[in-house]
Design a binder for this molecule. Sequence first.
Ligand SMILES: Cc1ncc(COP(=O)(O)O)c(C=O)c1O
Ligand SMILES: N[C@@H](CCCC[NH3+])C(=O)O
Length: 417
Amino acid sequence: MDYFNYRDGHLYAEDLAVKELAEEFGTPLYVYSRATLERHFQAYDQPLQGHPHLICYAVKANSNLAVLNVLARLGAGFDIVSQGELERVLAAGGDPARVVFSGVGKQVNEIRRALSVGIKCFNVESLPELERIDSVAESMGVIAPISIRVNPDVDPQTHPYISTGLKANKFGIAFDEAPAVYQRAASLSHLKIVGVDCHIGSQITQLAPFLDALERLLVLVEQLKEQGIQLQHLDLGGGLGVTYDQENPPSPSDYAKAVIERLGQTDYELIFEPGRSIAANAGLLITRVEYLKQGEEKNFAIIDAAMNDLLRPALYDAWQAIVPVEPPKPGALPARWDLVGPVCETGDFLGKDRQLALLPGDLLAVRSAGAYGFAMASNYNTRNRPAEVMVDGAHRQLVRQRESYEQQMAGEQLLSR
Ligand SMILES: Cc1ncc(COP(=O)(O)O)c(C=O)c1O
Ligand SMILES: N[C@@H](CCCC[NH3+])C(=O)O
């Protein structure tokens, strides 16, 4: 459920006409809805009231400071994978004590920074990382809270590029090796074991893989208890899918309730790391048609947004709805259009074979663009990354200026000799 709706054929973001936002801020433009972000966060948070829990929003999905700030104000925690994400969380007013640090390649300086601000825990993905965290903590004279990310080897039935919990994936520690890694952790002097973690993939549209992973974690938790290792939290990762097209994923509430039902009354703090299910449908990418090229085999609408602005279609062949911002103008050409950007790559498309009535100058909105949209944008073809706007009822705020060419070149130098 989001707050992007039509009124008399005009697309609105909450109470503001998208056309006016495009005119005010230019295109391409990312537009986010605060009410939608809040609703999605609450959909996880509410059913868990009365149960110890923390919703750690996965910053990688959308790391705009305003987005992080909306969630921080709701009491969110954050799942980070780099120091850059940590700095953003801190700048956005996030509480470091609610930060979990995932990722397979944590560097010494990142570990040091995370320890110095006092994060909740490291989700450790390998034995050498465990040892590195222990030695950095020792050098600082502190104790590092850790959780082991185990790889439960369940098939999330999603795109192969975004499944992470299979034996063949680089993430986490193999389920069968986990007890030995916990024993090693228990033997290291500057670590404190606080939990167990898994994350099996992204855009998962069924409950079964999550519940299978939970069963695996519970087996491990029992095994550890017998060995005298008592955990405080269970982190089930992120990965809940959203509706881009015909998918019908369980809602965050249904997911949270199913987990509570399986666990019954327990003292374990439950952690979730949702990214996409919070941010995707809270964002639009607005773009304008530059040129129309009708050919014998294909009709191309050349738009001002490209794969550098929204990579998902080019990278995963992902489908996202592309809808008109206004009713068709007189003389608009109805056809099946390939919506392609200005970037010099055949893979530069945002949508193919879309039935639309278009004229040059028309505005279009790519839906479900709030997650892995701007966050994956680049300067390829030396294009400036888009501006971002947050809508809140009838109020709008530019939350990131369109990049300038000067900003892109800042820090580069001509040869001095
Ligand atoms: C460790 C971890 N947690 C959370 C997420 C967020 O996933 P999603 O956006 O699918 O909820 C990811 C990305 O897949 C991840 O790698
Ligand atoms: N970037 C991916 C998801 C990757 C999830 C991160 N582990 C997407 O757009 O679908």
